[in-house]
Design a protein around this ligand. Structure first.
Ligand code: ZN
Length: 417
């Protein structure tokens, strides 16, 4: 089937093109510009803006969460710890009612290290359904590979096993619990981190660090990390740490929405927005209306200033949320889909232009994660698209004026189910 989206403004991932026709043929973008072909199904996008489907570059996800993300225009989620590796996602790749996904599998951390401190002591996963139930899958449940490591030898030995188990990139937790209210948590030491990153690079893998403090960030740079899944929030930035990150070439997924939640800021401004509230069920609404609230002494303005300093230093910023796979209020303040839109608003509040913020959710994550078949509107790429009313290239909040979402050319039903 051929669809022509006509009369719309097109943000192609890099630039804005006024009044441009985009033609979809099956799962691909067949043409950008020119006349709509005869017989095409026509979508009139006058007064609207067509964007590449958005990325969320930091999630922990499930089938339910991938469906929710897609209804908010997120066509690709990048999982930073979870089950959706190459071997775990066959049912997702061809399912156009779910966002597509890539995954680290589980991150390398010592026994008892992050993220074990985030679970309340009385929390039992059984009370929230078996993993197979929540993913909508059936059949025996395979335990994921949990690469607990305290020595360089252990970390090195886990790398080929993670690759064999289908990890798309390798995640390292470098966290002593400072900002989670658990100081003294077991943490990877420099030698283990450095050896693990080097071994991952020998296997051609992208490496990503979970770091929330400046000291942990410095350790990851020392190890040669390729990207950061978070932005430090324990202190205001210094010129030194910004220069170190910039010189390393690493990207940063600031997840401002997560840092805000860690400081006790809930997502209630989102649930009060009818464009969001009307699309969330009660469980996700309650989750968004709560927060992690583990570091109330943190300063959101410091985080925003760090974002701006990184941007000004030429560091690639990627939009991410750290949304959890299930609606659990103790992991609250962020939600799949809607929080990406809020993250874009935070990036603009930090000082990026709307177009620079939009690149952080399209062009830049596609390039940094080697997903060259998406993240732009160009001939031959996947027809992953988002159509909104208004002009988010000048008013970032317009990304929430959702009108249509296509995943591989299949139009999504946007109403909540
Ligand atoms: Zn995370």
């Amino acid at each position: 089937m051929i669809t022509a989206i006509i009369n719309g403004r097109v943000f192609d991932g890099e630039h804005v093109r006024e009044d441009t026709t985009v033609v979809l043929d099956g799962t691909r973008i067949a043409a950008v510009g020119g006349e709509p072909p005869a017989g095409a199904d026509v979508v009139d996008a006058r007064g609207k803006t067509l964007l590449p489907g958005l990325f969320d570059a930091h999630v922990h996800t499930s089938d339910e969460a991938l469906a929710l993300a897609l209804r908010f225009g997120i066509t690709t989620e990048l999982e930073m710890q979870g089950m959706n590796t190459k071997t775990g996602r066959a049912h997702i790749t061809e399912n156009d009612s779910l966002a597509d996904v890539r995954s680290a599998g589980f991150g390398i951390t010592p026994p008892g290290g992050h993220p074990s401190e985030l679970m309340p002591e009385d929390f039992t996963p059984e009370g929230h359904g078996e993993p197979d139930d929540r993913s909508g899958r059936s059949g025996p449940h395979e335990m994921p590979l949990m690469p607990f490591s305290t020595t360089p030898e252990e970390a090195v030995a886990f790398i080929p096993r993670l690759v064999a188990a289908g990890s798309d990139y390798i995640k390292f937790m470098v966290d002593d619990g400072t900002v989670e209210g658990h100081p003294g948590l077991p943490m990877l030491d420099q030698a283990t981190l450095t050896a693990g990153v080097a071994e991952a690079h020998r296997h051609g893998m992208l490496t990503i660090a979970h770091t929330l403090t400046i000291d942990a960030t410095r350790m990851a740079i020392e190890a040669g990390i390729d990207g950061f899944a978070h932005l430090f929030m324990d202190r205001p930035h210094t010129d030194e740490i910004i220069d170190l990150i910039a010189a390393s070439g690493a990207f940063v997924v600031p997840c401002v929405v997560l840092n805000a939640s860690m400081m006790g800021i809930t997502g209630s401004s989102l649930t009060e927005d009818p464009r969001v509230g009307s699309r969330l069920n009660e469980a996700w609404t309650n989750t968004l209306n709560s927060s992690y609230n583990r570091y109330p002494q943190g300063e959101l303005d410091d985080v925003l200033a760090s974002v701006k300093a990184l941007h000004d230093a030429g560091v690639d910023l990627l939009a991410g949320t750290d949304a959890a796979p299930l609606p659990l209020p103790f992991l609250g303040g962020v939600v799949h889909g809607a929080s990406v839109h809020q993250e874009l608003q935070y990036l603009v509040r930090a000082g990026l232009t709307p177009i620079q913020a939009l690149r952080a959710a399209t062009l830049t994550p596609a390039r940094r994660f080697g997903l060259e078949d998406r993240g732009r509107i160009a001939e031959g790429l996947r027809a992953d698209l988002l159509l909104v009313d208004g002009d988010p290239t000048t008013t970032i909040g317009d990304t929430l004026n959702l009108r249509d979402v296509w995943r591989r050319g299949t139009r999504t039903v946007l109403s909540a189910s």
